[in-house]
Design a protein around this ligand. Sequence first.
Ligand SMILES: [Zn+2]
Length: 78
Amino acid sequence: MDKFCESCAAPLANPDFKGPSEQYCKYCTDEKGNLQPREAILGGITKWLQSWQPAITEDQAKARAELYMQAMPAWAKE
Ligand SMILES: [Zn+2]
């Protein structure tokens, strides 16, 4: 069964994303496999959204990144 990063949903079956952690991709962890701080992930997802939707502002991209993260097990609020 394919596994996905619990922080950003990257496919862990893809060696481009697989890192030291079994739960998270290499972009969401440090070199030891520890999850990065929430602000770091938020910044990364914001840039990723802007990269394929260049028309939206940074504030809009950040708001969408916040929504995106609410669907992720690592960041979902109670
Ligand atoms: Zn990830």
